[in-house]
Write a protein that binds this ligand. Structure first.
Ligand SMILES: C[S@@+](CC[C@H](N)C(=O)[O-])C[C@H]1O[C@@H](n2cnc3c(N)ncnc32)[C@H](O)[C@@H]1O
Length: 221
């Protein structure tokens, strides 16, 4: 029922939590978790009515409608403090996820677990998390076909940190020893090598990019 990307997100969900799936679309993730009994209740929200209709169809099909609250919400705006403590935000850009985190004050609570799968700008999302007092306890790289995805697991620790650009690009993934994590870092390295060469050729400042390349190479040794 779930592809490897959403399966990896599901694996990170703590059992028995009050679960929210933000930007749910088809609601496959909450339906899977409810059917498996990992959670007993889920709020499935989306910005648009069309995706919520998809969600409604899925939860009906799998017989879990009575355990689901389908809700129109921009990010976490239509949630209230204390309602959920396990939050998945998958399949959206890292900048959009960052906006949700910045403007949702009640997320600053150590009981809340955030599981995020940014499609882009993971480095900006890490920066937002670090600066807003969250710590990333785990990152997982997943491969589905020829596509690589990154998943971040984070909690609020209350210590705001300013990390270097390299630290935000590399995150915590360098701690992993599996081959997909290595492949993920290699793909990021390739991207920064291209950027470095373009900046150098254009006569622009390439020093920050050069240091990111160096640190990524160091991680891959
Ligand atoms: C690509 S789908 C991801 C669906 C599912 N979470 C997954 O990972 O497979 C992105 C979903 O996010 C929703 N979305 C986009 N902007 C949003 C926002 N500001 N607040 C809530 N949902 C949003 C879209 O309507 C869409 O249903």
């Amino acid at each position: 029922m779930l592809d490897s990307r959403l399966s990896a997100v599901a694996d990170l969900v703590r059992s028995g939590t009050r679960f929210a799936d933000v930007g749910t679309d088809h609601a496959y993730l909450p339906a899977f978790l409810l059917m498996g009994g990992k959670i007993e209740y889920a709020v499935c929200s989306d910005l648009r009515k069309g995706p919520l209709k998809n969600a409604e169809e899925t939860v009906k099909k799998y017989g879990v409608s009575d355990k689901v609250d389908l809700r129109l919400s921009d990010g976490l705006d239509a949630y209230s403090d204390g309602e959920v403590n396990e939050i998945a935000i998958a399949g959206m850009g890292g900048l959009l996820i960052s906006e949700f985190i910045e403007r949702t004050e009640w997320l600053r609570n150590d009981d809340i677990h955030l599981i995020m799968q940014p499609m882009t700008h993971a480095e900006d999302l890490r920066k937002t998390l670090y600066e807003n007092g969250f710590y990333i306890n785990k990152e997982i790289a997943v491969k589905d076909g020829d596509k690589l995805y990154i998943i971040l697991s984070a909690y609020f620790g209350g210590i705001s940190e300013t990390r270097t650009v390299s630290e935000c690009v590399i995150g915590e993934i360098y701690k992993n020893t599996d081959s997909v994590s290595k492949e993920y870092l290699e793909s990021i390295l390739k991207k920064y090598i291209v950027k470095y060469e373009m900046l150098k050729k254009a006569g622009k400042d390439y020093h920050e990019t050069e240091s990111i390349v160096k640190e990524l190479r160091q991680c891959l040794k």
